[in-house]
Design a protein around this ligand. Structure first.
Ligand code: CMC
Length: 437
């Protein structure tokens, strides 16, 4: 196959299959990323492409997030993650992702105000929680209750109605922290608090989590700042597993609540968002086992052990994850400001040091990812381990929404429906049950 310039504006690639030559159009992204458009391949040659795990397959063009895994670059709508983390709060970042521009003061005020109007959940919905077992994982509760939003808001389910979509977006942004906090309260039988609309997004969430009706609760500004930063770092990451799920479900014109609920399920897995919980459990195990990090690095290298370093490695980053860099620094700062000395942070740093010097990790370009240090921050903030992935979901919500909206606004949107190569038995006839062996 070769690439030829067809005209000054567009390129095509020449592909020869079975002596048949076809021209494939080339798409060039803002940062000179290139893709071949192959949708005519089967019609013209009889071949499809096969790429398990989508290792080399783009599912869409997108103008939301740019990621260069080789250089360790992450930008939301063109702005470097480092600048956003330094200058914006989470609601502002959400506006940027969803609407494509940084808000003016009045736009941001109106957005915050609208979200504030929707923070409570329906009283009947609160009673759902009685039906879940006390030890239910909060991610299971989160996806169920978010899915159930479509039963309460049947007036805003049409993905083709811009006004209905707008209301659903604001409802979701407002209610997800409330739904999440109630899953935690349920786990040990504390009363559910009502949201307080004079508080900001993160303060409100912390109060819903930690306040009780019998005494005043003042959110610690240090913890509020840390939470804002963590949510910003998780806000979008282009076509990851959960975002692709949200797009896939939404491509059938399923409503926004159903699509986000599916995204939450995809995020739960330990190879994706569930890695933050798995990582802290791993660090805890290493500490309890005497802190010998080399033993665990060796285990991770041993293919028969079935053990991986959680919070390490990434499909796209072949360099230090820029989010992990920001979070590691913030973690150091948070522990100092809260005057905490967490043995897990020391072990994590030792583990990183040993792994990054090891030939196995160097060769495969495996670095700490976003989930490696985030859990230590959540712990310092008093958040229980089972809530870590829930926090990831709250952070990722604006990214999921932005992608769902972008997909629906695309003039080339089609239902997501991959093909396959069938490898089962050839044609055979049904034998009567009495004659089967
Ligand atoms: N520990 C040990 N070996 C690893 C690890 C790890 N954490 N990650 C990858 N490898 C090895 C893997 O065994 C393979 O080795 P070989 O070439 O000898 O077969 C090679 O590195 C490539 O790995 P892969 O599984 O083919 O890579 P992938 O792109 O399919 O998977 C990943 C990416 C993130 C699922 C994987 O690195 C992993 O399982 N990491 C641990 C879980 C984790 O931290 N997940 C969070 C990802 S970041 C946040 C998010 O997206 O949610």
């Amino acid at each position: 196959m070769s690439v030829t310039t067809k005209s000054s504006e567009s390129e095509t690639a020449r592909l020869i299959v079975d002596d048949h030559e076809i021209l494939l159009p080339v798409v060039i992204g803002t940062e000179d990323e290139r893709a071949l458009i192959i949708d005519s391949l089967r019609k013209e040659t009889g071949y499809i492409t096969l790429d398990e795990g989508f290792v080399n397959t783009g599912s869409t063009t997108s103008s939301i997030t740019f990621l260069d895994g080789e250089k360790g670059i992450l930008r939301y709508r063109g702005y470097p993650i480092e600048q956003i983390a330094e200058n914006c709060d989470f609601v502002e970042t959400s506006y940027l992702l969803i609407y494509g521009k940084l808000p003016t003061e009045s736009e941001l005020r109106a957005f915050r105000e609208s979200i504030r109007q929707h923070t409570m959940i329906h009283e009947d919905m609160r009673s759902f929680y009685n039906g879940f077992p006390k030890d239910a994982h909060p991610m299971a509760i989160l996806s169920s209750v978010v899915g159930a939003l479509s039963t309460f808001y049947q007036d805003s389910l049409d993905p083709r109605d811009a006004r209905q979509v707008e209301i659903s977006i604001h409802r979701l942004m407002a209610k997800l922290p409330t739904i999440a906090a109630y899953s935690y309260k349920k786990s040990f039988g504390q009363p559910f608090m009502y949201p307080q609309n004079h508080l900001n997004y993160c303060e409100n969430f912390l109060r819903l989590m930690f306040a009780v009706p019998t005494r005043e609760y003042e959110p610690d500004p240090v913890v509020v700042d840390a939470l804002n930063l963590l949510l910003i770092c998780h806000a979008d990451h282009e076509q990851n597993c959960s975002t692709s799920t949200v797009r896939m479900v939404g491509s059938s014109n399923a409503n926004l609540f159903a699509s986000i609920s599916a995204g939450i399920c995809a995020l739960w897995g330990p190879l994706h968002g569930g890695a933050n919980e798995a990582c802290i459990n791993m660090l805890q195990q290493i500490v309890e086992d005497g802190g010998d990090v080399t033993k665990y690095v060796n285990m991770a290298k041993d293919k028969t052990s079935n053990f991986r370093l959680m919070g390490f490695g990434h499909r796209v980053y072949k360099n230090y994850d820029p989010r992990a860099k920001i979070i590691k620094r913030a973690c150091d700062r948070l522990l100092e400001r809260l005057k905490l000395d967490d043995p897990l942070f020391e072990v994590a740093q030792k583990l990183e040091e040993v792994a990054l010097r090891d030939e196995y990790f160097v060769e495969r370009k495996l670095y700490p990812n976003v989930d490696f240090y985030s859990g230590i921050m959540y712990r310092a903030m008093g958040l229980p381990t089972t809530m870590f992935t829930v926090l990831f979901a709250i952070g990722r919500l604006p990214g999921w929404i932005a992608h769902w909206v972008e997909m629906h606004q695309s003039p080339t949107k089609r239902i997501g429906r991959p093909r396959q190569i069938y490898t089962g038995p050839g044609l055979r006839n049904v034998v009567p049950i009495s004659q089967r062996s």
